[in-house]
Design a protein around this ligand. Sequence first.
Ligand SMILES: C[C@@]1(CC(=O)O)C2=NC(=C\c3[nH]c(c(CCC(=O)O)c3CC(=O)O)Cc3[nH]c(c(CC(=O)O)c3CCC(=O)O)/C=C3\N/C(=C\2)[C@@H](CCC(=O)O)[C@]3(C)CC(=O)O)/[C@H]1CCC(=O)O
Ligand SMILES: NC(=O)c1ccc[n+]([C@@H]2O[C@H](COP(=O)([O-])OP(=O)(O)OC[C@H]3O[C@@H](n4cnc5c(N)ncnc54)[C@H](O)[C@@H]3O)[C@@H](O)[C@H]2O)c1
Length: 205
Amino acid sequence: MRTNYPIMLQLDGKKVVVIGGGKVAERKVRGLLGTGAQVVVISPEATGEIHTLFLDGKIVWEKKFFSEEDLRGAALIFAATDDKDINQSVKSLAEKQQLVTVADDPDISDFHLPAHVQRGRLSIAVSTGGASPTLAKKLRAELEQLFDERYEEYLEFLFTARQWILKEVKDPALKRKLLTAMVSVDFLNSQNRAEDFQRLYEELK
Ligand SMILES: C[C@@]1(CC(=O)O)C2=NC(=C\c3[nH]c(c(CCC(=O)O)c3CC(=O)O)Cc3[nH]c(c(CC(=O)O)c3CCC(=O)O)/C=C3\N/C(=C\2)[C@@H](CCC(=O)O)[C@]3(C)CC(=O)O)/[C@H]1CCC(=O)O
Ligand SMILES: NC(=O)c1ccc[n+]([C@@H]2O[C@H](COP(=O)([O-])OP(=O)(O)OC[C@H]3O[C@@H](n4cnc5c(N)ncnc54)[C@H](O)[C@@H]3O)[C@@H](O)[C@H]2O)c1
Protein backbone atom coordinates (compact mmCIF):
# COMPACT_ATOMS: atom_id res chain seq x y z
CA MET A 1 0.00 0.00 0.00
CA ARG A 2 1.25 3.49 -0.87
CA THR A 3 0.88 6.16 1.81
CA ASN A 4 -0.97 9.42 1.18
CA TYR A 5 0.66 12.83 1.08
CA PRO A 6 -1.09 15.43 3.27
CA ILE A 7 -1.22 19.06 2.13
CA MET A 8 -3.22 22.20 2.98
CA LEU A 9 -4.56 23.76 -0.20
CA GLN A 10 -5.08 27.48 -0.82
CA LEU A 11 -8.05 27.48 -3.15
CA ASP A 12 -8.63 31.24 -3.39
CA GLY A 13 -9.79 32.00 -6.95
CA LYS A 14 -9.60 28.37 -8.05
CA LYS A 15 -12.55 26.63 -9.67
CA VAL A 16 -13.90 23.59 -7.83
CA VAL A 17 -16.62 21.52 -9.49
CA VAL A 18 -19.03 19.31 -7.53
CA ILE A 19 -21.02 16.85 -9.64
CA GLY A 20 -24.25 15.91 -7.82
CA GLY A 21 -26.40 17.94 -5.44
CA GLY A 22 -27.29 15.50 -2.66
CA LYS A 23 -26.24 15.04 0.95
CA VAL A 24 -22.62 14.20 0.14
CA ALA A 25 -22.27 17.08 -2.35
CA GLU A 26 -23.73 19.43 0.27
CA ARG A 27 -21.08 18.36 2.81
CA LYS A 28 -18.30 18.95 0.28
CA VAL A 29 -19.73 22.38 -0.65
CA ARG A 30 -19.99 23.37 3.03
CA GLY A 31 -16.33 22.52 3.51
CA LEU A 32 -15.36 24.74 0.58
CA LEU A 33 -17.16 27.86 1.86
CA GLY A 34 -14.73 30.43 3.15
CA THR A 35 -11.79 29.10 1.11
CA GLY A 36 -12.31 31.64 -1.68
CA ALA A 37 -12.81 28.84 -4.20
CA GLN A 38 -15.26 29.39 -7.04
CA VAL A 39 -17.66 26.51 -6.33
CA VAL A 40 -19.79 25.16 -9.19
CA VAL A 41 -22.43 22.49 -8.52
CA ILE A 42 -23.67 20.45 -11.49
CA SER A 43 -26.91 18.59 -10.76
CA PRO A 44 -30.54 18.50 -11.95
CA GLU A 45 -31.61 18.57 -8.29
CA ALA A 46 -30.06 20.02 -5.17
CA THR A 47 -30.61 20.05 -1.42
CA GLY A 48 -32.20 23.07 0.25
CA GLU A 49 -28.84 24.24 1.56
CA ILE A 50 -27.18 24.12 -1.87
CA HIS A 51 -30.18 25.97 -3.32
CA THR A 52 -29.95 28.68 -0.65
CA LEU A 53 -26.20 29.11 -1.15
CA PHE A 54 -26.87 29.54 -4.87
CA LEU A 55 -29.59 32.15 -4.25
CA ASP A 56 -27.23 33.99 -1.89
CA GLY A 57 -24.57 34.12 -4.62
CA LYS A 58 -22.11 32.05 -2.59
CA ILE A 59 -21.86 29.27 -5.20
CA VAL A 60 -22.93 28.59 -8.78
CA TRP A 61 -25.52 25.87 -9.40
CA GLU A 62 -25.97 24.64 -12.95
CA LYS A 63 -29.27 22.75 -12.98
CA LYS A 64 -28.35 20.02 -15.45
CA PHE A 65 -26.99 16.52 -15.85
CA PHE A 66 -23.23 16.09 -15.97
CA SER A 67 -21.39 16.50 -19.27
CA GLU A 68 -17.69 16.57 -20.08
CA GLU A 69 -17.34 20.35 -20.54
CA ASP A 70 -18.38 20.91 -16.89
CA LEU A 71 -14.87 19.86 -15.89
CA ARG A 72 -13.12 22.57 -17.92
CA GLY A 73 -10.80 24.72 -15.82
CA ALA A 74 -11.46 22.86 -12.56
CA ALA A 75 -8.58 22.42 -10.14
CA LEU A 76 -10.52 19.99 -7.96
CA ILE A 77 -13.46 17.80 -8.90
CA PHE A 78 -15.90 15.96 -6.64
CA ALA A 79 -17.89 13.17 -8.30
CA ALA A 80 -20.76 12.82 -5.83
CA THR A 81 -23.80 11.59 -7.71
CA ASP A 82 -25.73 8.47 -6.67
CA ASP A 83 -25.01 6.96 -10.11
CA LYS A 84 -21.86 4.83 -10.02
CA ASP A 85 -21.40 4.93 -13.80
CA ILE A 86 -21.61 8.73 -13.90
CA ASN A 87 -19.10 9.00 -11.04
CA GLN A 88 -16.72 6.71 -12.91
CA SER A 89 -17.10 8.69 -16.15
CA VAL A 90 -16.32 11.95 -14.31
CA LYS A 91 -13.03 10.40 -13.27
CA SER A 92 -12.22 9.05 -16.73
CA LEU A 93 -13.15 12.30 -18.55
CA ALA A 94 -11.07 14.50 -16.25
CA GLU A 95 -7.60 15.46 -17.42
CA LYS A 96 -4.64 13.79 -15.75
CA GLN A 97 -3.58 16.91 -13.85
CA GLN A 98 -7.06 17.54 -12.43
CA LEU A 99 -7.55 16.09 -8.95
CA VAL A 100 -10.73 14.06 -8.66
CA THR A 101 -12.39 12.41 -5.69
CA VAL A 102 -15.09 9.84 -6.35
CA ALA A 103 -17.57 9.59 -3.47
CA ASP A 104 -18.25 5.89 -3.89
CA ASP A 105 -14.81 4.72 -5.01
CA PRO A 106 -11.86 5.62 -2.76
CA ASP A 107 -9.54 3.39 -4.79
CA ILE A 108 -9.67 5.46 -7.97
CA SER A 109 -9.77 8.83 -6.15
CA ASP A 110 -6.77 11.18 -6.36
CA PHE A 111 -7.42 12.50 -2.86
CA HIS A 112 -9.63 11.89 0.18
CA LEU A 113 -11.20 14.50 2.35
CA PRO A 114 -10.06 14.28 5.95
CA ALA A 115 -12.30 14.82 8.93
CA HIS A 116 -11.08 18.10 10.35
CA VAL A 117 -10.95 20.42 13.34
CA GLN A 118 -10.39 24.13 12.75
CA ARG A 119 -9.44 26.42 15.63
CA GLY A 120 -8.52 29.66 13.92
CA ARG A 121 -5.01 29.13 12.55
CA LEU A 122 -4.87 25.56 13.86
CA SER A 123 -6.00 22.83 11.47
CA ILE A 124 -6.04 19.20 12.50
CA ALA A 125 -6.96 16.73 9.81
CA VAL A 126 -7.61 13.00 10.18
CA SER A 127 -7.70 10.54 7.35
CA THR A 128 -8.07 6.79 7.31
CA GLY A 129 -7.33 6.58 3.59
CA GLY A 130 -10.76 5.19 2.80
CA ALA A 131 -10.61 2.50 5.50
CA SER A 132 -13.27 3.96 7.78
CA PRO A 133 -14.81 7.44 7.50
CA THR A 134 -16.62 6.54 10.71
CA LEU A 135 -13.32 6.17 12.57
CA ALA A 136 -12.12 9.48 11.07
CA LYS A 137 -15.28 11.15 12.38
CA LYS A 138 -14.83 9.61 15.84
CA LEU A 139 -11.19 10.72 16.09
CA ARG A 140 -12.17 14.20 14.94
CA ALA A 141 -14.73 14.40 17.77
CA GLU A 142 -12.08 13.34 20.29
CA LEU A 143 -9.62 15.92 18.96
CA GLU A 144 -12.32 18.59 19.21
CA GLN A 145 -12.53 17.90 22.96
CA LEU A 146 -8.77 17.91 23.38
CA PHE A 147 -8.14 21.05 21.33
CA ASP A 148 -11.01 23.21 22.56
CA GLU A 149 -12.00 26.79 21.66
CA ARG A 150 -9.13 28.27 23.72
CA TYR A 151 -6.75 27.27 20.96
CA GLU A 152 -8.09 29.87 18.53
CA GLU A 153 -6.97 32.84 20.68
CA TYR A 154 -3.89 30.97 21.87
CA LEU A 155 -2.68 30.54 18.28
CA GLU A 156 -3.28 34.22 17.58
CA PHE A 157 -1.09 35.01 20.58
CA LEU A 158 1.61 32.57 19.41
CA PHE A 159 1.52 34.07 15.92
CA THR A 160 1.87 37.68 17.08
CA ALA A 161 4.49 36.90 19.74
CA ARG A 162 6.54 34.82 17.28
CA GLN A 163 6.54 37.65 14.72
CA TRP A 164 7.72 40.04 17.42
CA ILE A 165 10.47 37.65 18.60
CA LEU A 166 11.76 37.03 15.08
CA LYS A 167 11.96 40.78 14.48
CA GLU A 168 13.24 42.04 17.85
CA VAL A 169 15.26 39.27 19.52
CA LYS A 170 18.72 38.91 18.01
CA ASP A 171 20.26 36.39 20.43
CA PRO A 172 19.53 32.89 19.01
CA ALA A 173 19.55 31.21 22.45
CA LEU A 174 17.04 33.70 23.89
CA LYS A 175 14.94 33.42 20.75
CA ARG A 176 14.75 29.63 21.15
CA LYS A 177 13.94 29.88 24.89
CA LEU A 178 11.06 32.30 24.26
CA LEU A 179 9.62 30.28 21.37
CA THR A 180 9.75 27.14 23.52
CA ALA A 181 8.39 28.69 26.72
CA MET A 182 5.30 30.09 24.96
CA VAL A 183 4.20 26.58 24.07
CA SER A 184 3.04 25.51 27.51
CA VAL A 185 -0.13 24.81 29.47
CA ASP A 186 0.56 27.97 31.48
CA PHE A 187 0.33 30.15 28.39
CA LEU A 188 -2.63 28.20 27.04
CA ASN A 189 -4.53 28.81 30.30
CA SER A 190 -3.22 32.32 30.94
CA GLN A 191 -5.78 35.09 31.50
CA ASN A 192 -3.33 37.71 30.22
CA ARG A 193 -0.83 36.24 27.80
CA ALA A 194 0.68 39.56 26.74
CA GLU A 195 1.51 40.42 30.35
CA ASP A 196 2.88 36.93 31.06
CA PHE A 197 4.99 37.14 27.94
CA GLN A 198 6.40 40.51 28.97
CA ARG A 199 7.32 39.05 32.37
CA LEU A 200 8.97 36.02 30.78
CA TYR A 201 10.97 38.25 28.45
CA GLU A 202 12.21 40.41 31.34
CA GLU A 203 13.24 37.25 33.24
CA LEU A 204 15.10 35.63 30.40
CA LYS A 205 16.76 38.56 28.65
C1 LIG B 1 -14.17 12.17 6.93
C2 LIG B 1 -15.32 12.61 6.05
C3 LIG B 1 -15.01 13.99 5.50
C4 LIG B 1 -16.09 14.56 4.62
O1 LIG B 1 -16.59 13.91 3.69
O2 LIG B 1 -16.44 15.71 4.89
C5 LIG B 1 -15.50 11.55 4.98
N1 LIG B 1 -16.62 10.86 5.19
C6 LIG B 1 -17.28 11.31 6.30
C7 LIG B 1 -18.38 10.66 6.90
C8 LIG B 1 -18.98 9.41 6.47
N2 LIG B 1 -18.90 8.90 5.23
C9 LIG B 1 -19.63 7.71 5.21
C10 LIG B 1 -20.23 7.52 6.47
C11 LIG B 1 -21.18 6.35 6.80
C12 LIG B 1 -20.52 5.23 7.54
C13 LIG B 1 -19.28 4.59 6.89
O3 LIG B 1 -19.35 4.13 5.74
O4 LIG B 1 -18.22 4.51 7.58
C14 LIG B 1 -19.78 8.56 7.28
C15 LIG B 1 -20.01 8.77 8.73
C16 LIG B 1 -21.21 9.58 9.03
O5 LIG B 1 -21.74 10.29 8.15
O6 LIG B 1 -21.66 9.44 10.15
C17 LIG B 1 -19.84 6.80 4.08
C18 LIG B 1 -18.83 6.70 3.02
N3 LIG B 1 -17.76 7.52 2.80
C19 LIG B 1 -17.08 7.09 1.70
C20 LIG B 1 -17.77 5.98 1.16
C21 LIG B 1 -17.40 5.28 -0.11
C22 LIG B 1 -16.58 4.06 0.09
O7 LIG B 1 -15.96 3.86 1.15
O8 LIG B 1 -16.55 3.29 -0.89
C23 LIG B 1 -18.85 5.70 2.01
C24 LIG B 1 -19.86 4.60 1.93
C25 LIG B 1 -21.08 5.07 1.12
C26 LIG B 1 -22.13 4.05 1.01
O9 LIG B 1 -22.64 3.62 2.02
O10 LIG B 1 -22.41 3.69 -0.16
C27 LIG B 1 -15.90 7.66 1.17
C28 LIG B 1 -15.17 8.72 1.70
N4 LIG B 1 -15.50 9.45 2.78
C29 LIG B 1 -14.48 10.27 3.07
C30 LIG B 1 -14.53 11.29 4.01
C31 LIG B 1 -13.29 9.93 2.30
C32 LIG B 1 -12.41 8.96 3.09
C33 LIG B 1 -11.91 9.55 4.42
C34 LIG B 1 -11.30 8.55 5.34
O11 LIG B 1 -11.33 7.34 5.09
O12 LIG B 1 -10.73 8.96 6.37
C35 LIG B 1 -13.90 9.22 1.09
C36 LIG B 1 -13.02 8.18 0.48
C37 LIG B 1 -14.26 10.17 -0.03
C38 LIG B 1 -13.87 11.61 0.07
O13 LIG B 1 -12.70 11.95 0.08
O14 LIG B 1 -14.81 12.40 0.04
C39 LIG B 1 -16.70 12.57 6.78
C40 LIG B 1 -16.63 12.74 8.31
C41 LIG B 1 -16.81 14.20 8.65
C42 LIG B 1 -16.86 14.43 10.11
O15 LIG B 1 -17.94 14.35 10.70
O16 LIG B 1 -15.81 14.75 10.66
N1 LIG C 1 -17.85 10.34 0.42
C1 LIG C 1 -18.67 10.17 1.41
O1 LIG C 1 -18.40 10.62 2.51
C2 LIG C 1 -19.95 9.41 1.21
C3 LIG C 1 -20.87 9.31 2.25
C4 LIG C 1 -22.10 8.70 2.00
C5 LIG C 1 -22.34 8.22 0.72
N2 LIG C 1 -21.42 8.31 -0.26
C6 LIG C 1 -21.69 7.94 -1.67
O2 LIG C 1 -21.86 9.19 -2.37
C7 LIG C 1 -22.87 9.11 -3.38
C8 LIG C 1 -23.90 10.22 -3.23
O3 LIG C 1 -24.59 10.08 -2.00
P1 LIG C 1 -25.73 11.11 -1.55
O4 LIG C 1 -26.20 10.63 -0.25
O5 LIG C 1 -25.26 12.52 -1.70
O6 LIG C 1 -26.85 10.83 -2.68
P2 LIG C 1 -28.19 11.66 -2.98
O7 LIG C 1 -29.17 10.69 -3.54
O8 LIG C 1 -28.57 12.51 -1.80
O9 LIG C 1 -27.76 12.68 -4.12
C9 LIG C 1 -27.41 12.30 -5.42
C10 LIG C 1 -27.34 13.53 -6.28
O10 LIG C 1 -26.80 13.19 -7.55
C11 LIG C 1 -27.50 13.92 -8.55
N3 LIG C 1 -27.32 13.27 -9.85
C12 LIG C 1 -27.77 12.05 -10.25
N4 LIG C 1 -27.39 11.82 -11.53
C13 LIG C 1 -26.69 12.91 -11.95
C14 LIG C 1 -26.03 13.27 -13.17
N5 LIG C 1 -26.05 12.46 -14.24
N6 LIG C 1 -25.41 14.47 -13.23
C15 LIG C 1 -25.38 15.30 -12.16
N7 LIG C 1 -25.99 15.00 -10.99
C16 LIG C 1 -26.64 13.83 -10.88
C17 LIG C 1 -28.92 13.92 -8.05
O11 LIG C 1 -29.66 14.97 -8.64
C18 LIG C 1 -28.71 14.16 -6.56
O12 LIG C 1 -28.63 15.54 -6.31
C19 LIG C 1 -23.41 7.70 -3.26
O13 LIG C 1 -22.76 6.96 -4.28
C20 LIG C 1 -22.95 7.19 -1.91
O14 LIG C 1 -22.66 5.80 -1.98
C21 LIG C 1 -20.22 8.90 -0.03
